[in-house]
Design a protein around this ligand. Structure first.
Ligand code: NAD
Length: 403
């Protein structure tokens, strides 16, 4: 095990799909880890009448098992980042973390589009959580590095033939005196759901606190995370990671995996010509560590890295799973308001240069079908698989990737 001088890391949203394996990985790598979560994700499961396909334990059981299995202790703070400002500020002041990893937002585009209540909740939760975190770091006077999980989905419509750069775009701007000046601006977002709108707004909050208060921030623009288990979550079944397959939180890949495992046709929305970016959960946790180990220096602007390893069209993804599983593919109406076909080219050199060795879909799909979707298929409620949030009644524009 590598020692990291017991540097303290706060993992906000550490009970979630990405946060839990990240907390375990960092703990095993020798960091002192504190999870902060308000368990809203578990409450949303109850609201929607769904549960993870994999049987996830309570947070108490999870942490007890981690202690029994590895002898490592992960601390827990139950806090609502959007509301509990003072306790958050005190926690940061008390623990003096080297880094704070921020996963704690409502992350499903379909959920954010269900009703005005869901839109308002997503805006209020996500934007207040991010703003409170930034204000608390400034208030506590702690020079820590914030690593935030953003999404490739903020760019919405695909790349129209261009390669999406890592956060910034070179532009030439005409001046009043007729001269032209070169400048770098944030690559423009085009959010296609309220969820993506909050992630676009996060970028402005980061730019502001970085400029005004010198907060050091890395924003990781992540693709759709696939895969369930990491080395650490596989150590004991009580540590298993969540697998969402319902129409709101399940990503397109998990829907196909469940349909294949339960003998249903793989339902491709529209022509299946939408291109999505992907990354395996093991690569997500590794990228977080790479980002933590390479913090921006004082005065550096917000560092933005694209955290994805491959892109696929949805119909090609369906074919890949059909070829492995023998399932049939069916084309159905698309509930989302998005372009039927889009390209997506993404620059992702930064994390690869830092040492990321990607796990590709072709290597891991079979294991995901047999070890997860197939093994726990008896827990699946097939009625929950279709998406029941409809974009078109609200007439929002353009494409909306899954997460
Ligand atoms: P998740 O819903 O499984 O986990 C989020 C966690 O944050 C949950 O445990 C939830 O209870 C907690 N949380 C939410 N609001 C909170 C609040 N106000 N206070 C305290 N805790 C709160 O989501 P995930 O899939 O792990 O995603 C984590 C982050 O990564 C999100 O910000 C998401 O936008 C981003 N991301 C995820 C994916 C993906 O494929 N899962 C892709 C791109 C980006």
């Amino acid at each position: 095990m590598r020692q990291n001088g017991n540097a303290h890391i706060l993992v906000l949203g550490g009970d979630g799909f990405c946060g839990w394996p990240t907390a375990l990985f960092l703990s095993r790598e020798g960091y002192t880890v504190t999870i902060v979560d308000n368990f809203s994700r578990r409450r949303i499961d109850e609201e929607l009448g769904v549960e993870s396909l994999t049987p996830i334990e309570s947070i108490g059981q999870r942490l007890q098992c981690w202690w029994e299995t590895t002898g490592l202790n992960i601390r827990l703070h139950r806090l609502d980042l959007a509301c509990d400002y003072e306790p958050l500020m005190e926690l940061i002041a008390e623990t003096q973390p080297a880094a704070i990893v921020h996963f704690a937002e409502q992350r499903a585009a379909p959920y954010s589009m269900k009703s005005s209540r869901h839109k308002r909740y997503t805006v209020s939760n996500n934007i207040n959580a991010t703003n409170n975190l930034l204000a608390a770091v400034v208030d506590a006077g702690v020079d820590c590095h914030i690593v935030h999980l953003g999404t490739m989905g903020v760019y919405g419509y695909g790349s129209a033939g261009m390669k999406i750069p890592e956060g910034y775009l070179d532009v030439e701007i005409p001046m009043a005196d007729g001269q032209r000046v070169s400048q770098q601006i944030l690559y423009p977002t085009n959010p296609g759901s309220i969820y993506h709108l909050t992630k676009s707004q996060d970028q402005l909050l980061f730019a502001y606190y970085n400029k005004n208060d010198g907060v050091r921030i890395t924003d990781l623009h992540q693709g759709i995370v696939w895969g369930t288990q990491t080395v650490e979550t596989s150590l004991d079944e009580r540590l298993i990671n969540r697998f969402d397959y319902d129409g709101d939180y399940g990503t397109v890949l998990n829907r196909f995996l469940m349909q294949a495992a339960t003998g249903h046709e793989l339902t491709v929305h529209g022509t299946g010509g939408q291109t999505r970016a992907f990354i395996h959960i093991s690569d997500t946790v590794r990228c977080i560590q790479l980002a933590i180990n390479s913090p921006p220096v004082a005065g550096e602007r917000v560092r933005i890295m694209n955290q994805m390893t491959e892109t696929h069209r949805v119909r090609d993804l369906a074919k890949m799973i059909a070829d492995v599983s023998g399932a049939k593919v069916a084309f159905v109406d698309n509930p989302r308001n998005e372009a039927a076909e889009n390209d997506l080219f993404v620059e992702n050199a930064s994390l690869c240069n830092l040492g990321l060795k990607p796990t590709f879909l072709a290597q891991g799909l079979l294991e995901e079908i047999s070890e997860v979707a197939g093994k726990y298929a008896y827990r699946c409620n097939a009625d929950l698989i279709p998406c029941r949030s409809y974009w078109r009644t609200h007439k929002v524009q353009e494409s909306t990737p899954d997460v």
